[in-house]
Design a protein around this ligand. Sequence first.
Ligand code: 5GP
Ligand code: MG
Length: 184
Amino acid sequence: MELSGDSIVIHDKSFRPMISQAEIAAAVERVARRINEDYSDVKQPPLVMGVLNGSFIFMADLVRQLEMRCELIFVKMSSYSGLSTTGTVRTMIGLDQDITGRDVIVVEDIVDTGVSIAHVMNMLRGMGAGSVRVCTLFFKPESYRADEHIDYKAMEIGSEFIVGYGLDYDGLGRELGGIYVVEE
Ligand code: 5GP
Ligand code: MG
């Protein structure tokens, strides 16, 4: 979909507008509604775990639409540098509590190949989580090659590289309100 607005330059690449703030807001509302239905009668507040850095804006918008009490934490686990995945998955920093039996909802910016999220899910299960579900803002079905089921996908996109709404290109672009896609 083409949106009005100018292309922008970040580092050595040019990006054009792809998804507006209003479309993102609508998608966040839809996915929050599904989570509200699924977690309406859990006994213990779910642990909503944002994966930094990319998820911080999505997390902030998502949790304010949740109707159940929940515990919010952020972890850091980056495997990406530049335009393509490096394949190296680092360890998780910031989860220092006992999650035995807890219902965990992992909040991601993008699930691309799925390597990162599969690793996170396995770690959480290994730590004794009662249930592990994933809520991702973007899902790239053409790139996905993990076996994990992703319960909540706010939006599906092609395999092109995007920035904005928390997502960066080598450190820049996170502050953009909408989503921009790289121009080849
Ligand atoms: P995966 O392990 O699923 O291949 O990679 C997931 C991570 O790669 C995401 O959490 C995100 O940080 C990064 N990533 C994947 N695609 C994009 C993209 O189009 N733009 C940006 N900025 N990051 C991406
Ligand atoms: Mg990420």
